[in-house]
Design a protein around this ligand. Structure first.
Ligand code: NAD
Length: 324
């Protein structure tokens, strides 16, 4: 029985060192089987996950020695944080480590959609050279609507300004006098107004009950027929059936989806649409981000196992007497 259970692929030099120093059960496919996960956690003090492992109240109840659930990444929607808190278990995460990578991918999807890059590449490698067919649009002078103006949203704004885009944003938790708005010379709008005004809409909200299906048929109907939609946040933020209908009807011009409601999604009607770019949840997957993420995860696991507070707590701002 191991001290530390790693239930997804979290590898690298720092993880190798952790495996040297501690008794680690490293099982990157364990997330597929809740029963095996529960059995592995019977004596564990730390669980390391990405976004696939469903750390439910049931799983937490099966882990009486658990002190820390360390999430290698930023969204903690796969963890029952309330159940962890009630059991005195720290939920740590790595909020800043992959933000630049996610922001760069959002820019990549915008450019790829605006200039038809994947379709044009497929055309050339199959022997074609039709430039008119792949005529694109510039990002410069277009209005970018950023939904969720936190770490990643602001990094996207910084990059989009360098491309000459005008920025509008929607974020119910942002104050109209926020310095971030002044910094980007940006307008804070309601979501409805942002959707109407934007040429490109990019989503950067966390998954919460309030953001599940945030973009549905009514919201898509507000967008311009020429508009592009980019989602590098969470698949559940978009009602996929409504998006499919909107794309098929050319109600919007295109969509770039890094994330899906179900991952992996299996074959879906999106696969054959010419105005869609699909990625396998690559936002955080750069060498640089992964090194930072894994360093931060291993650091916090080691700290908590040594009886000290983690650096990046999600659920407890100050370690207190209720911790295990
Ligand atoms: P963050 O917490 O810094 O920012 C999220 C922002 O969304 C906050 O400013 C918050 O006020 C705002 N928000 C909350 N509810 C909203 C709503 N209903 N409408 C508009 N705005 C709302 O988080 P972040 O670091 O910028 O990351 C955002 C999300 O991106 C993460 O929660 C995660 O789900 C996702 N993410 C995905 C990848 C990937 O691999 N594709 C990588 C990193 C992060």
């Amino acid at each position: 029985m191991s001290d530390i259970v790693v239930s997804e692929n979290v590898s690298g030099h720092t993880m190798d060192r952790l495996r040297h120093e501690h008794d680690v059960f490293y099982s990157p496919h364990l997330w597929h089987s809740p029963d095996e996960l529960k059995a592995a956690l019977a004596h564990a003090q730390a669980l390391v996950v990405r976004n696939q492992t469903k750390v439910t109240a049931d799983v937490i109840a099966a882990a009486p020695q658990l002190k820390i659930i360390a999430r290698a990444g930023v969204g903690v929607d796969n963890i029952d944080v309330a159940a962890a808190s009630a059991a005195g278990i720290v939920v740590s995460y790595t909020p800043a480590a992959n933000a630049v990578s996610a922001a760069e991918l959002a820019m990549g999807l915008m450019l790829a959609l605006a200039r038809n890059i994947p379709a044009a590449h497929a055309h050339v490698v199959s022997g074609g050279w039709d430039r008119v067919r792949y005529m694109g649009t510039e990002l410069a002078g277009r209005t970018l609507g950023i939904v969720g103006f936190g770490r990643i949203g602001q990094l996207v704004a910084e990059r989009a300004r360098a491309f000459g885009m005008d920025i509008v944003m929607a974020d119910p938790f942002l104050r109209p006098d926020s310095p971030a708005l002044l910094r980007f010379d940006a307008c804070l709008l309601t979501l409805d107004d942002l959707l109407t005004a934007s040429d490109v809409v990019t989503l950067h909200v966390p998954l919460m009950p309030e953001t599940n299906n945030l973009i549905g048929a009514a919201q898509l109907a507000r967008m311009k027929p020429s508009a592009l939609l980019v989602n590098t946040s969470r698949g559940e933020v978009i009602d996929e059936s409504a998006l499919l209908a909107a794309l098929e009807a050319r109600q919007i011009a295109g969509a770039g989806l890094d994330v899906r409601r179900q991952e992996p999604p299996g074959p879906t009607p999106f696969d054959t649409l010419p105005n869609v770019i699909l990625l396998p949840h690559l936002g955080a997957f750069t060498h640089e981000a992964q090194e930072r993420v894994i360093d931060a995860v291993c650091r916090d696991v080691k700290l908590v196992l040594a009886g000290r507070p983690a650096v990046e707590y999600f659920n407890f701002s100050i370690p207190n007497g209720s911790l295990r």
